[in-house]
Structure formats: C-alpha cells, structure tokens
Design a protein around this ligand. Structure first.
Ligand SMILES: Cc1cn([C@H]2C[C@H](O)[C@@H](COP(=O)(O)OP(=O)(O)OP(=O)(O)O)O2)c(=O)[nH]c1=O
Length: 233
C-alpha cells in the first residue's frame, strides 16, 4: 500500500471499524461522532442508512470546525472523512434491525431472525473536504465554517446471514453475555454470536461493520488523479 499525504479520518466510535481499517496498513485518525440513530416511522432501510452516513459526516465536519486543531497541527488541507452505518434487514425488505434498546427489543429481533435469513447492510460514505484558505473562513449559524465539501460518495454492501433456530435459553444466555447491546440486530458475528450463524453469502467484514475491500476501493477512487492516490495492498 502506497502511503498518502491526504488525511483520512474514520469518524466512528466503533472499535471494530478501527480494527478493520487498520488491517489495510493505512494511516488514519479516528474521530468519534455521536448522532441520534433513531429510525423515522416507516423509513425504508435504504433511506435510513443513507441518512445515517450523511448525518455522521456532517457531525464530523462540525467537530472539525469546532476545534480547528487540524490546522494548528499542520495537517493536510485535503481530508477524506469515512462514515459508516450497519443495519440488519428482514426478508420483508422493510424492517430495519438496529442496536437493541433493551432486552425485549433484542428478543423480538432474534425471534424474527431465528431459523431465517436476514441481510446485513453496511453503508460507507467518503466525504472529501478542503480547508478554506486562512482568513476566508466564514460564520454560519454562529459556527465557523473552515471546510468545504468537494466530493462525496456512498456505497452500500449487503451480506445474507442465515441463523440457526434459537431457543429461549440461547437468547437469554446471549443477552446476559453483554455482547448484543451495541450491535445491529443484537449480535456480533465476530464474537459469541458466531455460534448462531450457519451461513453467510457476501462480505464478512461487511457484517462486522466495514466492508474493507469496498471501502479501500472507494478511498482509491476518491484519491485517483491526485498525488495522494491510494493503491490497494
Ligand atoms: C451484525 C453486526 C453488527 N456489528 C456492529 C457494527 C457496528 O459497530 C454496530 C452497528 O452500529 P452503527 O451505528 O453502525 O455503528 P456504531 O454506533 O457502533 O459506530 P459509529 O460511531 O461508527 O456510528 O454493530 C458487529 O460488530 N457485528 C455484527 O455481526
């Protein structure tokens, strides 16, 4: 992998995403963003996931505008912000599985996933921003706007996951493990949840939260034509 001068920021609090991107031996920084991830009534999976990655990107830019430390550190003027969101989607193509809000929510998702196939969708947005020249920052809504968006692209990767039949005892034990709480659909394929998965069709890293090969292709595409081109491993 050729190193690049362009900054890459992974705007995510997910340790899984950080670990996955680190496997590409790419220099990047992490910025944690916190947004309201509640789906709207009757919001379709595609609309929801695209809204999530776009909202996370805007929250990341807001944070950068707020601190401006990026310039003080002599960081590059061009930055690619990566944001990502993972959901489960039931075979009806409409029901979105997010992080469980509690025990009952997890059970109701698992009952629908038991002995059934669901899809895991991860969307990734790459947002290229440019630091405005010093002195040209402007104020909007009482916040300094120090960056402009010069490009943005989204991809959504889908993986089909088959669950074995689940018993109440299995669900109860798994809930008690604490693993389900911060994961879409209430399970982690990379952890104890692997025991529930009989088959997948598609990208494994996509289920864990970041489709690595596709994300690297997105970064490469966005750096194409610049000196900072990122070549795959
Ligand atoms: C299905 C599945 C999801 N997950 C995780 C991936 C995501 O981190 C999480 C879904 O929540 P997300 O909102 O996509 O991500 P997040 O809140 O963890 O992090 P961010 O700051 O980037 O918003 O579920 C697994 O770790 N393993 C799995 O098998």
């Amino acid at each position: 992998m050729k190193r690049r001068a362009m900054d890459i920021i992974l705007a995510s609090g997910s340790p899984r995403r950080r670990e996955l991107l680190a496997r590409a031996q790419l220099d990047f920084r992490v910025l944690s963003v916190d947004i309201d991830e509640t789906p709207q009534d009757d919001e379709l999976p595609k609309d929801y996931i695209e809204r999530m990655v776009a909202t996370k990107a805007m929250a990341a830019i807001e944070q950068l505008n707020g601190t401006l430390e990026i310039d003080e550190n002599g960081t590059n003027e061009l930055i690619i912000i990566l944001t990502s969101d993972t959901i489960g989607v039931l075979p009806d193509g409409k029901t979105v599985l997010v992080k469980p809000t509690g025990h009952d929510h997890a059970y109701s998702m698992w009952q629908q996933m038991s002995d059934n196939i669901h899809e895991v969708w991860t969307a990734v947005q790459a947002t290229k921003i440019q630091r405005l020249p010093k002195g040209t920052e402007h104020n909007a809504s009482e916040r300094t706007q120090a960056f402009q968006i010069i490009d943005q692209q989204q991809i959504t990767e889908r993986t089909a996951v088959t669950f074995i039949p689940l018993t109440t005892e299995m669900m109860s034990n798994y809930w008690d493990s604490g693993e389900p709480v911060d994961k879409a659909g209430g399970y982690g394929i990379q952890g104890l949840g692997a025991a529930w998965v009989s088959r997948i069709n598609g990208s494994y890293t996509n289920v864990v939260g970041l489709p690595l090969a596709q994300t690297l292709a997105l970064i490469k595409d966005m750096t194409e034509g610049s000196e900072d081109i990122v070549d795959p491993l």
